[in-house]
Ligand binder design. Structure first.
Ligand SMILES: [Zn+2]
Length: 119
């Protein structure tokens, strides 16, 4: 069983290096979401973001997943989100604000936003 999980983890990591494919997902609850090698985007919302910035942002998430492996990056992303959500919920007593802050302050998002800027 453990070997099978390791095999899947390594296989997914290898697949993350395939050419990036943008996939339109109508009901996506976000502007875009990266699960390497796919970048899922909501066709009804993605124009809300500057296109060049969005591409740079999501490509940085691809890089993060290629460096750490997609499974490890996504687990760390979720872990940071949960810890930050609980922290900000305890601090501000607002679900909406805690949700927004846990997304904004997630280290992976902070890092991706740095790459949005023109060089
Ligand atoms: Zn992001």
């Amino acid at each position: 069983m453990l070997l099978f999980v390791i095999y899947l983890w390594l296989l997914w990591w290898a697949i993350a290096f395939f050419p990036v494919k943008w996939v339109s997902v109508k009901k996506l609850p976000a502007i875009a979401m990266t699960i390497a090698p796919f970048i899922l985007y909501n066709p009804d919302r993605y124009f809300l973001y500057n296109k060049e910035r969005l591409i740079k942002h999501e490509m940085r998430h691809i890089q993060q997943q290629r460096m750490l492996s997609p499974a490890i990056m996504l687990i760390l992303y979720l872990a940071f989100s949960i810890i930050l959500f609980v922290f900000y919920l305890a601090k501000y007593h607002s679900l909406k604000y805690a949700f927004m802050k846990c997304y904004r302050e997630n280290p992976f998002e902070v890092d991706a936003r740095k790459y949005e800027r023109p060089i």
